[in-house]
Write a protein that binds this ligand. Structure first.
Ligand code: ADP
Ligand code: MG
Length: 390
């Protein structure tokens, strides 16, 4: 993978930078600017090197040109963060956009409109890739969160511009996750939670070979309990997931890693903020009740294992943490990860949001900005956006 150090001279050149400004908005304001901040080091380095920047990102999944999904708020926020001149283009490509790109001065920035306003983006349409390539002399990809998709702005355009490289964020994401997979400091503990085994089975299997301990939490534990013959009540637990959990349990029998499941739970009769949360000392969920969080004994045990690890990888919340009665397990794990002396890596949309929401983002070694991309890398898949930078 080529990096900014290999990019060569960009002084006075137009550089197309694929960033990930897919940020949450509320009433036209950016409510979490983590992803914009994460792109600033690359932007600043290129500006220092005299580049004229054309920034391209997607935002949400517009079906047509939905004005609520304009990049205007993100562009305004970037101008605040960098105290630089930022212009929002009226469209993604076209004559007017080209004229604006040509007029850019050194260090100035043009933000293209939401690239998914163009239906060709997700189809990796060659015409859109060519139109994007016409806007630039060089290409830098810093959008790790989009690197697992072969789209026009991540792959098509990269293949058309010879002077290309990964940005600092993309480089750090790939390096950190590759080190975790290839040469982790032992003991390695993987904490895996979230909603469904089917989303994570390949990750579980990878860590069975790589980790010393896998700690399972979230709704994901119920297919495991069902596979072991326990009652799961009305907990989230699909039949497909039960057979996958069975497969994982079989693989675990001869694996390097020890797979641990919760010892106690928090249950309620329904998934609601005003539901009455009850502790369950054990894991046998009664009929009509659902497991919605790990219990305090489990939290304590998991925190201990996290504290003893040299490397921790965490993906997936321990419970339905968006609702306060079921947030304690996720909070305990987040705090344990933040306090752990080892190298700590958090990847996953909801787990990253949980760490962020608790104000602990600065206390983990690496908080991945790419949920899906991080998981695919761990599964051992090649990321098309990264391959295109070779
Ligand atoms: P990530 O985005 O970190 O990879 P997932 O998307 O796999 O995580 O899972 C997160 C979702 O799982 C959250 O919305 C959370 O509420 C839900 N969840 C976790 N545990 C439970 C549970 N026991 N019952 C219902 N939902 C759960
Ligand atoms: Mg998620």
């Amino acid at each position: 993978m080529r990096t900014l150090a290999d990019l060569g001279d960009v002084d006075g050149k137009r550089v197309l930078v694929r960033v990930d400004f897919n940020v949450p908005l509320d009433d036209g304001r950016v409510t979490d600017d983590t992803r914009i901040r994460a792109a600033v080091p690359t932007i600043e380095e290129l500006r220092r090197r005299g580049a004229r920047l054309v920034l391209v990102s997607h935002l949400g999944r517009p079906k047509e040109r939905e004005p609520e999904l304009s990049l205007r708020p993100a562009a305004a926020h970037l101008a605040e963060l960098t105290e630089a001149k930022v212009t929002l283009a009226p469209a993604v490509v076209g004559e007017d956009v080209r004229a604006l790109a040509d007029r850019l001065g050194r260090g100035e920035m043009l933000v293209l409109e939401n690239v998914r306003y163009e239906p060709g983006e997700t189809k990796n349409d060659p015409a859109l890739a060519a139109a994007l390539a016409e806007l630039a002399d060089a290409y830098v990809d810093d959008a790790f969160g989009a690197a697992h998709r072969a789209h026009a702005s991540t792959v098509g355009v990269a293949e058309l511009i010879e002077q290309r490289a990964a940005g600092l964020l993309l480089e750090r994401e790939v390096m950190t996750l590759s080190k975790l997979l290839e040469d982790p400091e032992q003991p390695l503990v993987a904490v895996l939670g979230g909603a469904k085994v089917s989303d994570k089975i390949a990750v579980i299997e990878r860590f069975l070979a790589l980790a010393d301990t896998i700690l399972i939490g979230g709704a994901m534990c119920f297919p495991f309990f069902a596979a072991q013959g326990h009652g799961v009540g009305s907990s989230l637990c699909e039949a497909d997931d039960v057979s996958l959990a069975e497969r994982a349990l079989q693989a675990a029998a001869g694996a390097r890693a020890r797979l641990e499941l919760p010892r106690d739970l928090v249950i309620a009769d329904r998934l609601a903020a005003d539901a009455r949360a009850q502790p369950l000392d054990g894991i046998e969920v009664p009929e009509g009740m659902m497991g919605l969080d790990i219990g305090p004994r489990t939290s304590e045990r998991y925190a201990q294992a996290i504290g003893d690890a040299a490397t921790v990888f965490w993906n997936g919340p321990m419970g339905a943490f968006e609702l306060e009665p079921f947030a304690a397990g996720t909070r305990a794990v987040a705090e344990a990860v933040a306090s752990a002396p080892g190298t700590t890596v958090v990847g996953g949309g909801d787990s990253a949001a949980a760490v962020q929401g608790l104000g602990l983002a600065d206390r983990v070694t690496h908080l991945s900005t790419g949920g899906g991309a991080a998981l695919e890398l761990i599964e051992g898949k090649a990321l098309p956006g990264v391959e295109a930078l070779k």
